[in-house]
Design a protein around this ligand. Structure first.
Ligand code: HEM
Length: 117
């Protein structure tokens, strides 16, 4: 069970890598667009995060305030990606820059909270 939990944590971290990697590749390309890959990343973070939020194997202690804050951050990030993507599709233009930087900052904030708190 310990190994299984660690495997789920690995995929949870892959979710962050996919989200932040997709976001950073847009910075590097100077395109500043939201992409489907970012949605896949937060989808993976959410699914694996919810699986990890259950206290298994028995006896493990979880930091629920931290988990709740990360869930809120992920929901806000999902809303920002949804709003930005819809607007991007409608106008054909990249998302407003403030929205774009906020998305990257929230992704990094969630990962920072996870490892530093
Ligand atoms: C963008 C969103 C998220 C990011 C970037 C993120 C990042 C991370 C990282 C890097 C870890 C490994 C840290 C460590 O083991 O020291 C972790 C662990 C964990 N995350 Fe997330 N997370 C996110 C969202 C969520 C959500 C939405 C939930 C639950 C609803 C969640 C629940 C957990 C749990 C339970 C652990 C394992 C803690 C443990 O077993 O010690 N995460 N997260």
């Amino acid at each position: 069970m310990d190994v299984l939990r660690h495997v789920v944590i690995l995929f949870h971290i892959v979710g962050f890598a996919v989200t932040f990697g997709a976001w950073f590749s847009q910075v590097a390309a100077r395109e500043f667009r939201f992409t489907r890959v970012m949605d896949y990343g937060i989808g993976l973070s959410l699914l694996t995060g919810l699986a990890l939020a259950a206290p298994w194997p028995a006896g493990i202690e979880l930091n629920y305030p931290k988990i709740a804050i990360k869930l809120v951050i992920l929901l806000v990030l999902g809303a920002i990606l949804g709003i930005g993507s819809a607007r991007q599709k409608r106008t054909g233009e990249p998302v407003p820059r403030a929205l774009f930087w906020t998305a990257g900052a929230l992704s990094l904030l969630a990962a920072g909270l996870a490892v530093i708190w």
